[in-house]
Design a protein around this ligand. Structure first.
Ligand code: SAH
Length: 473
């Protein structure tokens, strides 16, 4: 990071601006918002600056800049239209270890002015470190529309309650929980409606009535990996949780989005390699909730599709633990979209079946006859290890050997790979391309549409056929 964003308190602190024109005035206004003690140095000043000085809001020194002006100042802005003067200011300020900004000359700056979204006291600063000011400005415009105006008054109001809340709750975690409940309550809508006094009264009542907070578990689907496929609700709950319980399927990019100070518990799970037993996971969830914690149980894809979410929620219900369930984009939906393979298509597939290659008890067989029917799509989860068996059973039950198959590895992630093959070469393709988990098998006529419709990570498309593709009968 070339520039570290810090928020400085400049109230009554000496700030120097070299220049007396429009640009100097603009910078002066920025510093006035922070109530800095501003001095301007220039041979002449625009009328606005003169009237600010007449009202004793700024001090003007009517002279050319020289080194003595730098005494007793914290930071300097060079805002003249003479390059040589600006360069001299920058160089002298640097040599005195002062913060210096030269307007429109980023290489000479050791501090820069960010774009600001101002919802006082909430302030958002954006910078591209001088690389792409237009991009930073567009980002700011986006944030301006996203962040409601009432955030400012809301922050002001809660700021007035900080001491009271601190006195009422000794532990940090309890205070945090109280504030979470405030921001979920109609204190917010009262502020939004401009009813500050109602909001204040509601806050007082909440403060009087707080009992031990009730725990809750959010069972959240995180989708197949691309963080932009998270739902808004998933993101909200990930950021509210005190504890996040996750497993290996949740991508690193998504874990980056959970609340910074939340505790993280990994109950990582890979087929055949259960690092934490399901019963233990269930127990962790119940215990944390009973301690009053907000627990985000985050799972890859959708929690109710081969995610054992059902079992976890049953245990929560048995223990009377409050819960919410947030659906996620399941691997079949994510992988098919990002591989350009419609799971159904009027000409090719009238049905789609989700199948697991990894059953609870070994030997528990699938309905192979039904699965081997033509003109349907199979989305096989956890099918890599058992692919020779899947291939053999489907062929034995009459599925055509040249049925198109796509193997989607790391679907929706930057490392996505799609291997296209046909049913009688499935296991061989998996072995020869060293397919790693997570990978989804898409078996059926629609898989052939990948060649035409692929759009994501097209450099990682692999064709794996012993002979040229033959038309499906
Ligand atoms: N609940 C998850 C599935 C968990 S089972 C969901 O709804 O998606 C784990 C299996 O899901 C993996 O073995 C793999 O077959 C599939 N899977 C999950 N994420 C995937 C991804 N990004 N790419 C390919 N397959 C994935």
């Amino acid at each position: 990071m070339q520039y570290l964003p810090i928020f400085t308190k400049l109230e009554n602190k000496p700030v120097l601006i070299i220049g007396g024109g429009e640009v100097a005035l603009r910078k002066c206004r920025a510093f006035l918002k922070a109530n800095a003690a501003i001095t301007l140095v220039a041979p002449e000043f625009c009328s606005e600056l003169q009237s600010l000085a007449a009202d004793s809001i700024v001090t003007l020194k009517n002279k050319r800049f020289d080194e003595s002006d730098l005494e007793n100042t914290m930071l300097v802005v060079a805002a003249t239209d003479i390059e040589a003067v600006n360069a001299e200011v920058a160089q002298l300020a640097e040599s005195r270890n002062l913060f210096v900004n030269v307007v429109d000359d980023q290489p000479k700056c050791n501090f820069i002015f960010p774009s600001i979204v101002d919802r006082n006291p909430i302030t958002i600063a954006i910078s591209s470190a001088g690389t792409a000011p237009v991009l930073a400005r567009r980002l700011r415009e986006k944030l301006e529309t996203l962040i409601p105006q009432h955030i400012g008054p809301l922050a002001q109001l809660v700021g007035q309650f900080r001491h009271k809340v601190k006195a009422r709750f000794k532990h940090f975690a309890d205070r945090r929980q109280f504030w979470e409940s405030v921001f979920d309550s109609n204190v917010v809508s009262e502020v939004q409606a401009g009813n500050k006094e109602n909001a204040r009264a509601q806050l007082e009542t909440m403060l009087d009535n707080t009992a031990t907070p009730e725990g809750e578990v959010y069972v959240v689907g995180a989708g197949p990996g691309d963080p932009e496929l998270l739902t808004l609700k998933a993101l909200q709950l990930m950021q509210q949780a005190d504890v996040v319980v996750y497993d290996y399927l949740v991508s690193d990019e998504i874990m980056e989005l959970v609340r910074r100070d939340a505790d993280l518990i990994c109950v990582g799970k890979k087929a055949g390699n259960h690092s934490v037993k399901q019963e233990h996971t269930n127990q962790i969830l119940v215990e944390l909730a009973k301690q009053g914690k907000k627990v985000c149980r985050i799972k890859g894809g959708d929690p109710f599709i081969y995610g054992r979410g059902g079992e976890e929620v049953q245990v929560l219900a048995e223990h009377n633990v409050k819960y919410q369930i947030v659906p996620g984009i399941t691997a079949a939906a994510g992988c098919s979209a990002y591989a350009g393979i419609p799971l159904t298509h009027r000409d090719h597939a009238q049905a789609i079946q989700f199948v697991t290659g990894h059953c609870k008890q070994d030997g528990q067989e699938l309905d192979w006859e039904g699965l081997a029917k033509a003109n349907q799509t199979l989305a096989v989860y956890m099918g890599v290890i058992k692919s020779p068996h899947i291939q053999a059973q489907l062929l034995a039950h009459g599925r055509a050997p040249n049925t198109p198959v796509a193997i989607v590895e790391n679907g929706t992630r930057p490392t996505q790979r799609v291997v296209r093959t046909q049913l009688d070469q499935l296991a061989e393709a998996i072995a020869s391309h060293d397919i790693q988990s997570p990978a989804l098998l898409i078996i059926g006529e629609v898989a052939a549409l990948h060649e035409q419709l692929a759009w994501f990570n097209k450099n990682n498309q692999i064709s794996s056929f012993a002979q040229p593709i033959t038309q499906v009968a």
